[in-house]
Design a protein around this ligand. Structure first.
Ligand code: G3H
Ligand code: 13P
Ligand code: NA
Ligand code: ZN
Length: 324
């Protein structure tokens, strides 16, 4: 069945790699994630936001995730290491409901709350979840952009002085931190970037000093990075070529994520890149094959493109291939 993140994270930290946490809300994404993980023998976290859960339906989702484990086995993956994780849980009730619906891991995102309220809420979720062997991710620090339906126009980096107190008082299993990543396909404004010789935007570096300081306070503790899509320019260009409009979309360079994956960062969240892969492939078919109206003819290529993307992330960015 599904597993929690405990052993997975301990091994990843020792081994100097990170586990992919891929968001999904539909069958094609799920198939592509499982196929990529099974073929690369990578542990994987299937991640579901509150909105995705409502979109897919909580009951269906439960059986989709269970089906994913069986599907993985049918692909020749003997012992699938698959987690079903709630992304950005915003209340105790939602976390509890997910646990009742078969999730093996949840995030409670109290990062927008005053510190003491974040501690109290995270502890409440941990005390409940741990009774069922469900692992819990908490968050300290605020990412710029929209997170958990709350938006902020600037980063508030995680304060390394808070992490020991937070981890000990809450009992949380992993900690998401803010070091300059953000959600979506517009992670930096053009004016925050420089340009390379070809005129392409080059984003400012992540605050690795904050990550280092957190790791110094909590040696060996599982750290999570949200907002870690790289926004591949091939997809952005393809989308724009076939009628889309994503001006100056930009993400986190893969080298920075590779560097993070070698540290105590053991979970890296990627959603936007999969959305871009899917959209680029669908747009291309619809723009070039005008007579096509069978969804399988555009969702199929989209699924193939996502599988390619997931494998690339696993092998070239996270280094989690062959670890399950
Ligand atoms: O952190 C946000 C994830 O990318 C999920 O986004 O709420 O649009 O499903 P969503
Ligand atoms: P991206 O928008 O960078 O893919 O981040 C996803 C994420 O952090 C989900 O929680
Ligand atoms: Na790591
Ligand atoms: Zn996130």
């Amino acid at each position: 069945g599904l597993v929690n993140t405990k052993e997975m994270f301990a091994k990843a930290i020792k081994g100097g790699y990170a586990i992919p946490a891929f968001n999904f809300n539909n069958m094609e994404q799920l198939q592509a994630i499982i196929k990529a993980a099974a073929e690369e023998k990578s542990p994987v976290i299937l991640q579901v936001s509150k909105g995705a859960r409502n979109y897919a339906n909580p009951l269906l989702l439960r059986y989709m995730a269970q089906g994913a484990v069986e599907y993985a086995k049918s692909l020749g993956w003997e012992h699938p290491q698959i987690v079903l994780h709630l992304d950005h849980g915003d209340s105790f009730e939602l976390c509890k409901d997910c646990i009742e619906h078969g999730f093996s891991s949840v995030m409670i995102d109290g990062s927008h709350l005053p510190y003491e309220e974040n501690v109290a809420l995270t502890k409440k979720v941990c005390d409940y979840a741990h009774q069922y062997d469900v692992t819990v991710e908490g968050e300290l620090g605020v990412l710029a952009g929209v997170e958990d339906e709350v938006s902020s126009d600037h980063h508030t980096y995680t304060d390394p002085e808070e992490v020991i107190d937070f981890a000990t008082r809450t009992g949380v299993d992993s900690l998401a931190i803010s070091i300059g990543t953000s959600h979506g396909a517009y992670k930096f404004k053009p004016e925050q970037c420089t340009r390379d010789a070809n005129g392409r935007l080059v984003p400012p570096p992540l605050a690795f000093n904050v990550l280092d300081a957190v790791m110094e306070k909590l040696p060996g503790f599982p750290i999570v990075l949200h907002g870690s899509s790289s926004v591949p320019q091939e997809y952005v260009e393809e989308i724009n070529e076939y009628g889309g409009k994503l001006p100056d979309a930009i993400g986190i360079p893969e080298e920075e994520l590779r560097k993070a994956a070698k540290s105590a960062v053991c979970k890296i969240n990627i959603d936007s890149d999969s959305r871009l892969a899917m959209t680029a492939a669908v747009r291309k078919v619809l723009a070039t094959k005008l007579a096509e109206f069978d969804p399988r003819k555009y969702l199929g290529p989209a699924r193939d493109e996502m599988e390619k993307l997931y494998k690339h992330k696993i092998v070239a960015v996270l280094g989690s291939n062959g670890k399950a």
